[in-house]
Ligand binder design. Structure first.
Ligand code: AK3
Length: 307
């Protein structure tokens, strides 16, 4: 019970207030002087990411620094602008927030939600592979985030472990919408790893939302086996393996039949026959293994009464 004087008078005079809106950081003109810069969090494409704190509010963020020279060299202005426009509109617990951006003479700064758990990719290389519970929880979180994005006509197109972050409770956040598009598909030029790309993407054909569903199959496989399914010595061989959907399940590590069933229904050449995001969330392997709270880190199980 609130005992502040005038509280009840206040309550009866006003209808219940709507929930507090998310901080509208993006409306202000920010500059580097508004932030204290902390430790580097990572080295990404075209720049570094730092832990930072907005001085006035003490709000902790991640600040990505991108060099304008690099953007100019690779002619990526439009792509970067598109990322900022797309991501500013996305609000989902499993999508890393982009709060705003600013620039100086040489650099562009992205003000991003800070993911305390860091890169999922590091967790994966540390433990080599995830438990079925962990894998199912991540796939369920990804399916929910992608369902939200697809509902807003956004295709991410670059889902891979390096672009997945974890928050302080081990919940997955999709990051880096640098390759994403809104509604109608656009062709892309190739660079970097092919491992996570669907056949229609490696062939540079028309593609739609279901490229992200394919990638969920690749990730699910990698989470459970520790290596992506079409890995090969050369890019050419990976290309061939993707085109043939040359999929095999090694006998070890032992993976449940249900998990293999889900993977097989996602790594399907005909994009219209891939399991929908809704069906992924209803799949028995997900239903039986995924933590509905979306976190399954060891960090999270600190309650002395659990178990
Ligand atoms: C914790 N790490 C697009 C282009 C060129 C938050 C760059 C943590 C982190 C964290 C981008 C990004 C990113 C999110 C994750 C940053 F379009 N969005 S990077 C590592 N640890 N917490 N964030 N890392 C383009 F021109 F091609 C260059 C981008 N975009 O980098 N976006």
């Amino acid at each position: 019970m609130d005992r502040r004087p005038g509280f009840w008078k206040f309550m009866s005079a006003h209808p219940p207030r709507p929930p507090e809106p998310a901080p509208r950081i993006s409306t202000k003109q920010w500059s580097i002087d508004d932030f204290e810069i902390g430790k580097p969090l990572g080295k990404g494409k075209f720049g570094r990411v730092y832990l930072a704190r907005e001085i006035k509010s003490k709000y902790v963020v991640a600040l990505k620094v991108i060099f304008k020279q690099q953007i100019e060299k690779y002619r990526l202005h439009h792509q970067l602008r598109r990322e900022m426009e797309i991501q500013t509109d996305l609000r989902h617990p499993n999508v890393l927030r982009l709060f705003g951006w600013f620039h100086d003479a040489t650099r562009i700064f992205l003000i991003l939600e800070y993911a305390h758990g860091g890169e999922l990719y590091k967790e994966l290389s540390k433990s080599h592979r995830f438990s079925e519970r962990q894998a199912a929880t991540y796939i369920a979180s990804l399916a929910q985030a992608l369902a939200y994005c697809h509902g807003k006509h956004v295709i991410h197109r670059d889902i891979k472990p390096e672009n997945l972050l974890l928050d302080h409770e081990g919940r997955l956040k999709i990051a880096d919408f640098g390759w994403s598009v809104q509604s109608e598909s656009k062709r892309r030029t190739m660079c970097g790893t092919l491992d996570y790309l669907a056949p229609e993407m490696v062939e540079n054909k028309e593609h739609d939302y279901s490229v992200d569903n394919w990638t969920l199959g690749v990730l699910c496989y990698e989470f459970l086996y520790g290596v992506p399914p079409f890995e090969a010595e050369s890019q050419r061989d990976t290309f061939r393996r993707i085109m043939k959907v040359d999929l095999s399940f090694p006998s070890k590590p032992a993976v449940s039949t249900e998990a293999k069933n889900l993977i097989s229904q996602l790594l399907v050449k005909d994009s219209s026959k891939r399991l929908s995001l809704q069906k992924i969330m209803e799949h028995p392997w997900i239903v039986q293994n995924a933590d509905p709270m979306g976190s399954c880190s060891k960090l999270h199980n600190t309650n002395p009464f659990s178990n």
